[in-house]
Write a protein that binds this ligand. Structure first.
Ligand code: FAD
Ligand code: NAD
Length: 530
């Protein structure tokens, strides 16, 4: 059993913290029961949770409260994708006799994205947070001694003393070690939404969710887009069939996708940027976006001073988010590593907030911890079609469970709602067969959906496993006709009976053969002008 090391700091229970007061002139130190560093999804959730019991809670944020999700992540990217979808739909309507011409106005697109961001002011602003019982301090914090933070504010240095701390500093963009990159004016998710003009030819390095979502958004808004992915497939944590579906749709939208490429050098051009590939080719563009991943923000926080262990994968925490080595520090959000999602950050923030309460909070956190398990967190890539995943992939399940793995492939061609909307897609369920092939003990361990409402369907598909009821109950659940939710019921029926309108059941395969060879880039892309 993983026990918390016994904490022996002699002054921990001193009520006024005077033992920790540094000698400083000017401001008197701020004192709190819980101090949270970072006001993104993870930190905000932890702070509000801790404040529920009227504890003195301080939230220290060096930028904007609301963090990445609101200002440079989920909100602007989803707003931009939604606008791009509207533009795309308008262009597609020529087939229905409605001819739409002209280009989207980038300034107006940006104004609309900003309007959406601003609509989050009510929940994210310091005033709103303070109304809910958390004091907000604007500044950059780091530990300088046990239980003591130094905060650099715009007017000087302040000291914060607290009994407990939540580190929720998020993650930062990975900058690849690429020759010449430091001389190239590249964009990241922090700058691309504010770029002065719509990029004429956007080069995107990385084919994960950021690269793919922004590839589709920008190509639909009128940019030329070239996406360069080092691996052999896009969104490589999803099933290979989903990667293939996304590759097809991005190419149909007009994105040039290069898979399995190795970019070795970047060069600034008067007209933009040139990327040199290992095989001697080069690709020119007007702008470069880096989207090759993110790393936990653990440096320069003084974590060494309080003995909170970390490495490049993040702050080291136990299942309930308490630091493995410092008993008065918890972690929340991207900083603890693993998959980086807002819902993961809030779940981990809940645990950290609970953990910073009394014994009963810690007990609740232990009870709640499975909900934050990496394996149980579904994710969605918000392209059109949406691509959603939860649990194990087929290959992972076969590796872990061998012959017990059963797979159901359900195609949207059998789904009436999809037919009425001229949509395609699929559900894939990964299950473990029951006792002697019977329904007894049958469990679903993973699911993948590509298509309309995939982000909603994945929540339903994961319910039996996450809430602990037998899959047959979902197979028998009456659902409205015609809805996409019918795909959930039908694919679950496919676990028990195979037929044309249910999913096709088959044994799990260790090797996935469905991903096609990546076609070579056309000759015209080699040395293309920006
Ligand atoms: C383009 C993009 C799209 C995304 N889309 C989605 C999506 O659709 N769905 C989804 O679930 N996830 C999405 N994500 C991921 C999601 O944004 C993050 O997982 C989530 O915001 C992480 O929250 P956090 O609280 O851990 O970190 P953050 O929101 O980054 O918060 C950390 C905060 O700490 C502050 N800070 C750092 N150091 C200090 C310090 N020393 N002192 C004081 N303050 C400090 C920072 O200023 C920051 O505000 C997306 C990410 C990107 C980049
Ligand atoms: N819809 C969502 O939930 C959503 C959207 C965007 C981002 N996010 C989160 O934000 C984080 C960062 O996203 P991301 O897409 O940057 O990271 P990622 O790690 O998910 O994907 C990056 C991709 O870039 C590739 N790559 C790495 N180095 C490369 C190089 N030098 N050249 C070309 N390709 C290279 C990798 O093979 C990988 O497939 C992720 O954790 C993601 O989950 C989530």
């Amino acid at each position: 059993m993983n026990r918390t090391p016994k904490y022996t700091h002699p002054q921990l229970n001193t009520p006024d913290y005077s033992w920790a007061e540094p000698k400083e002139s000017g401001h008197s130190p701020l004192k709190a029961d819980v101090a949270v560093i970072g006001g993104g999804a993870g930190g905000l959730t932890a702070a509000l949770m801790a404040a529920v019991t009227k504890k003195r809670v301080l939230l220290i944020e060096r930028g904007l409260t609301g963090g990445e999700c609101t200002f440079t992540g989920c909100v602007p990217s989803k707003a931009l994708l939604s606008i791009a979808k509207t533009v795309h739909a308008a262009r597609q309507s020529a087939a229905l006799g409605l001819a739409v011409t002209g280009e989207a106005d980038w300034a107006k697109v940006q104004a609309e994205v900003r309007r959406v961001i601003n609509s989050f002011e009510d929940v994210d602003s310091p005033a709103s947070i303070e109304r809910r019982g958390v004091q907000v301090v604007a500044g950059e914090a780091k530990f300088v001694s046990p239980h003591v933070l130094e905060v650099q504010t715009s007017t000087g240095t302040r000291t914060v003393m607290a009994e407990k701390f939540v580190v929720a500093t998020g993650s930062e963009v990975m900058v690849p070690d690429l020759e010449g990159l430091s001389d190239v004016p590249y964009l990241t998710h922090q700058t691309i939404f504010d770029v002065a003009e719509l990029p004429r030819h956007l080069l995107i390095l990385g084919g994960g969710p950021i690269g793919c979502e922004l590839s589709q958004a920008f190509v639909r808004l009128g940019s030329r887009v070239t996406t360069l992915q080092r691996g052999e497939r896009l969104i490589d944590k999803d099933e290979p069939e989903a990667s293939q579906a996304l590759l097809d749709v991005l190419r149909r939208d007009g994105v040039t996708v290069h898979l399995g490429v190795d970019v070795v050098r970047a060069e600034a051009l008067p007209s933009g940027v040139r990327l040199h590939l290992k095989d001697g080719r080069h690709i020119d563009g007007s702008h470069l976006l880096l989207a090759v991943g993110k790393k936990p923000r653990v440096e320069n926080l003084g974590l060494e001073v309080v003995g909170a262990a970390y490495d490049e994968k993040g702050l080291k925490v136990k299942a309930d988010m308490q630091s493995v080595s410092c008993p008065y520090v918890w972690g929340a959000g991207d900083v603890v590593g693993g998959p980086m999602f807002t819902h993961g950050a809030t779940e981990r923030g809940t645990l950290a907030g609970l953990g910073s309460l009394a014994w009963w909070g810690r007990a609740a956190a232990t009870f709640r911890a499975p909900a934050a398990r990496v394996e149980d967190i579904p994710w969605v890539t918000y392209t059109e079609p949406e691509i959603a995943h939860w649990g194990l992939t087929e290959a992972q399940a076969v590796k872990q469970y061998g012959r017990r793995v059963q797979v159901v492939d359900y195609d949207f061609s059998h789904l009436d709602r999809a037919a009425t909307e001229r949509e395609s897609g699929f559900v894939k369920l990964v299950a473990l067969s029951g006792l002697l092939g019977s329904p007894l003990g049958l469990t679903v361990v993973g699911a993948q959906v590509v298509g309309s409402c995939a982000g909603e369907l994945i929540q339903l598909l994961s319910l039996p496993s996450r809430l602990g009821f037998h899959p047959v109950r979902l197979a028998l659940l009456p659902v409205s006709y015609p809805t996409y939710a019918e795909a959930v019921r039908q694919s679950y029926l496919g676990l028990f009976t195979s037929g044309p309108t249910f999913g096709k059941r088959r044994a799990g395969r260790a090797e996935q053969g469905s991903i096609r060879e990546a076609p070579q880039p056309p000759a015209s892309a080699q040395g293309a002008r920006a």
